[in-house]
Ligand binder design. Structure first.
Ligand SMILES: Cc1ncc(COP(=O)(O)O)c(C=O)c1O
Length: 403
């Protein structure tokens, strides 16, 4: 591929480590960090001027850039600290009663399960987990009919678990432990036909995919921006469909109005959460422009190619098969490959998998190993600072550790 990514020195990444976990904790390029620091310095120069006069127009400007990037109307979005906060706001606003069901599935993120279990427990509702499992079938090639079959299998496995008590479907855009791109537009289309709202858990999709929220047409979309967009930690957003906005309650109570004297907006409850420093939000346009200057398509194909290289090498080493078809429609910059059966579930509950621990302690390689559907996966994240050399180092270390 005829493309030169920015040098590793564009990030402040520690010299002597191999960082293959942008998916959990994404680091921001130095220019983005500097932009965030400059906004914090501005606040410190005259906090009263900043909070009362500067902050709201600056947030509007940052949101104009972000909403354009994700194909939404800025009036339907609000900045929040991360996807976790966004999901908590949604949980605060879904009315449930005893017997109701919230439908997740077996690829969803652990903390998201906890949020919904707690919400359901409060009222005697319950979380149902649809069984999606390993839906890819070697019989299906990645041509159009194979794609349609696989998409149908994912959608069917979710809707097979829908009942007349289902009040909400919560689904990842890109799953965390298995790194699979879920067909969210199809899921939303089918849910609309049945009158069930959908909340998409989307932190991995922002920048990794060309996200268009207008086309997806979900009810809620939750995202962190420190992941693939590489905005600062502490930046995320919540998208809310119009019909829910006016009565939207925040997850935390503050003034609930503009302190700058602006006309009321639904976002006021969430924009003003005491004297929170909004610098991470205000640096989001710098992160967008960093990737746009690199070229979004180049970013996507470069990182996918490294993930694909990792997939081939890991499949050969472990003699296992990734659960996704080999196509950029199903995985992007992140790939999860099952560990061999002998290494499954060797981790004690709440402990790091021993292989993950040894990769760090002996080889300074940061990479997660997690569980999904009773299977342990190693998940490789590839951003612009990663190269095939990182993957070769990983394979070399794993070969020695597993010998
Ligand atoms: C699918 C998914 N949802 C939600 C989250 C939570 O993101 P954050 O910790 O940035 O709030 C993560 C984090 O890895 C995730 O992978």
């Amino acid at each position: 591929m005829d493309f030169t990514p920015p040098p590793r020195s564009a990030w402040s990444i520690q010299d002597d480590i191999t960082y293959l976990n942008h998916g959990s904790f994404g680091l921001a390029p130095i220019v983005v960090q500097e932009c965030r620091e400059e906004w914090s310095r501005k606040l410190e120069r005259n906090p009263m001027d900043f909070f009362l006069r500067e902050m709201e127009p600056a947030l509007d400007e940052a949101m104009a850039s972000l909403s354009k990037f994700v194909g939404a109307d800025p009036r339907d979005m609000v900045f929040v600290d991360n996807a976790t906060v966004a999901m908590n706001v949604v949980a605060e606003n879904i009315e449930l009663k005893a017997g109701d069901e919230v439908l997740l599935n077996d690829h969803e993120y652990g903390a998201v399960f906890r949020i919904w279990r707690q919400k359901c427990d409060q009222v005697g509702a319950r979380v149902v987990s649809a069984r999606v499992g390993n839906f890819s079938d070697p019989q299906d090639s990645t041509n159009d009919s194979g794609q349609t079959n696989m998409t149908r299998r994912v959608v069917n496995s979710i809707f097979n678990a829908v009942t007349d008590k289902t009040r909400l479907i919560v689904v990842s855009h890109i799953t965390s432990p298995s790194a699979i791109i879920f067909p969210v537009a199809e899921i939303c289309r089918e849910a609309r036909e049945r009158g069930i709202p959908v909340c998409i858990d989307g932190p991995h999709a922002i920048a990794m995919r060309d996200v268009n929220l207008t086309k997806i047409d979900c009810d809620f979309y939750c995202a962190s921006l420190h992941k693939w967009l590489s905005a600062p930690f502490g930046s995320g957003f919540l998208y809310v469909k119009r019909k829910y906005q006016q009565r939207l309650k925040p997850h935390m109570i503050s003034w609930g109005r503009s302190l700058g004297g602006r006309d009321e907006r639904w976002q006021d409850h969430i924009n003003w959460l005491g004297t929170r420093d909004p610098a991470p939000f205000l640096a989001v346009p710098a992160a967008i422009s960093f990737l746009e200057v690199v070229g979004l398509e180049s970013f996507r194909s470069w990182t996918h190619e490294i993930a694909r290289y990792a997939r081939e090498k890991l499949e050969r080493l472990f003699d296992t098969k990734a659960w996704v078809p080999d196509s950029p429609d199903w995985y992007g910059a992140m790939i999860a490959v099952p560990l061999p059966a002998s290494d499954v579930k060797k981790a004690k509950p709440n402990a790091m998998h021993p292989l993950q621990q040894q990769l760090w302690e002996r080889y300074q390689i940061e990479i997660p190993i997690s569980e999904c559907c009773g299977q342990s996966f190693i998940r490789v994240s590839c951003h612009l600072y990663n190269t095939r050399d990182d993957i070769d180092r990983l394979i070399d270390a794993l070969s020695k550790l597993m010998a």
